[in-house]
Structures are given as structure tokens and as C-alpha cells.
Design a binder for this molecule. Structure first.
Ligand SMILES: Nc1ncnc2c1ncn2[C@@H]1O[C@H](COP(=O)(O)OP(=O)(O)OP(=O)(O)O)[C@@H](O)[C@H]1O
Length: 229
């Protein structure tokens, strides 16, 4: 299997905690695969995304992203690596409120030469993604904090997708949407990850969405820490 993400014997405990929140023998995501991750509140889904995003460093085990072992990277190296290979959609979208929509979308190209090279003309790539995400042109120069939740979510998805990262992490991006908007958002997201060839690791409580993914994974099934809880 051509894995973009391969986890082996991962253990992570938050500072000051004796018990690990993650204790995962093996978990992987193949290139282009769309994986739906669910599990009870507090089972460690967001923590797993943080570990995959190299935002937290596990006490032991190996996380290989695009063939590189994250533990071998320096702090600065991790930041560069994240910008080069990962697109992230947070639950709260984390757009920079003072920047306009287009500048938010092109941000990864400012932090990563790899993404900038793949995007080509970053502004043009941003416009193409925004229009593919159904965001009307009249909004493209607006400050991000003047957009509705659904609009911000599509901007966040465009930002995650620019420059074709190998893996897109999405942490409950649909939780603030009604069913129609949620389905439409997922249609657009799937369309674009397929065009980009990106794999998708998508966290949600909304099990009804799971059927649309290549694989559904429940965190306690792969996480011994979760099973013991
Ligand atoms: N920054 C942090 N510092 C210390 N403990 C944390 C931190 N973030 C999360 N935790 C703890 O780690 C455990 C797992 O939290 P996490 O947010 O990963 O779960 P989750 O499965 O994403 O939950 P939810 O579905 O409610 O979002 C919880 O017990 C939580 O209190």
C-alpha cells in the first residue's frame, strides 16, 4: 500500500497526565484514501490529528507522513513539513479575520515553497478553488470575519486544498451546518480532494456521513487507551 500516513506503536500522554490518551499499534491512510474517524467525546480524535500534524510530539512510536518520520524533524522542520504536506480544516476554521478571503486561501503558499510551486499562480489557484467551492466572487476581497459560518468553512477548505497537499485533516468541519449545507459541503470537498489527489482524514460525530467515505474507523477500535477508558 502506498501510505501517506503510517502510525506504528504510537503513545501520547498530555503533559502532567500518567495515562496516555493515544496508544495505537498501527493505523495508516493510503494515498488518495478518504477515511472517516469517529469515537466518543474525549476519545482522542483531535489529539490524534494534532499528533499527525506534528503539533504535539508523542512520547514513543513512529508517525510517518509521506515517507518521513516526524520524530526526526526539528521544530522548524516540523513546521515546514506540515505546511508542505498537510491541509487542515479546523472546527472553528481558524481563518485570519483581518485578511481578505483570497489572502486567507493563498496563505499556505506563503509558508511553503512546495505548495506555491504546485499551485502555480497562487491568486489564480485561490480563485479557481473558491469558485469550485461555490463561493461567489463578490466575497473574494471581503475580510474573512464578515462571512457566514458556511462561507468561512468553504474558504477554510479552499485554503486546506491549495497546492495539493498529500493529506487533508478535517476536524468536525460540518458541525455548524444544517443537513443540506453539510451534504453540499462534503460534495465539494470530495470533488476537490479527488482533483488534488489528496487523502482525507475527516473527524465527525455525524455517523450518517460515514457511508460516503472509503473507510470508517472508530477511535477506540484502534486505540488501546480508548478501549481501556
Ligand atoms: N491541550 C490539552 N491539554 C491537556 N489535555 C488535553 C488537551 N487537549 C485534549 N486533552 C485531553 O485529551 C483527551 C482527548 O481529547 P480530544 O480533544 O482529543 O478528544 P476528542 O475525541 O477529539 O473529543 P471531542 O469529540 O469531544 O472533540 C481528553 O481527556 C482531553 O481532556
Amino acid at each position: 500500500m502506498n501510505a501517506v500516513l503510517a502510525i506504528d506503536s504510537l503513545r501520547f500522554a498530555w503533559p502532567g497526565e500518567d495515562r496516555p490518551v493515544l496508544d495505537i499499534d498501527a493505523f495508516s491512510v493510503a494515498a488518495g484514501e478518504k477515511v472517516f474517524l469517529h469515537g466518543p467525546s474525549g476519545s482522542g480524535k483531535s489529539t490524534l490529528l494534532a499528533a499527525v500534524g506534528a503539533l504535539v510530539v508523542p512520547q514513543s512510536g513512529r508517525i510517518e507522513l509521506c515517507g518521513s518520520d516526524l520524530s526526526t524533524l526539528s521544530r522548524g522542520g516540523r513546521d515546514r513539513f506540515r505546511a508542505d504536506h498537510l491541509g487542515v480544516i479546523f472546527q472553528q476554521f481558524n481563518l485570519l479575520p483581518w485578511l481578505d478571503v483570497t489572502a486567507n486561501v493563498t496563505l499556505p503558499c506563503r509558508f511553503s515553497r512546495v505548495r506555491a510551486r504546485r499551485a502555480g499562480n497562487a491568486e489564480a489557484a485561490a480563485r479557481q478553488l473558491l469558485s469550485a467551492m461555490d463561493l461567489e466572487e463578490s466575497l473574494w476581497q471581503r475580510r474573512a470575519d464578515t462571512l457566514s459560518v458556511g462561507q468561512q468553512q468553504r474558504v477554510a477548505a479552499a485554503r486546506a486544498l491549495i497546492g495539493q497537499p498529500e493529506l487533508v485533516l478535517a476536524d468536525e468541519p460540518t458541525s455548524a451546518l444544517d443537513a443540506d449545507r453539510r451534504d453540499r459541503f462534503l460534495d465539494l470537498l470530495f470533488e476537490r480532494v479527488e482533483v488534488a489527489g489528496s487523502a482525507l482524514l475527516f473527524v465527525s460525530h455525524d455517523l450518517a456521513l460515514g457511508a460516503r467515505f472509503d473507510r470508517v474507523v472508530e477511535l477506540p477500535e484502534i486505540n488501546r487507551a480508548g478501549v481501556a477508558a
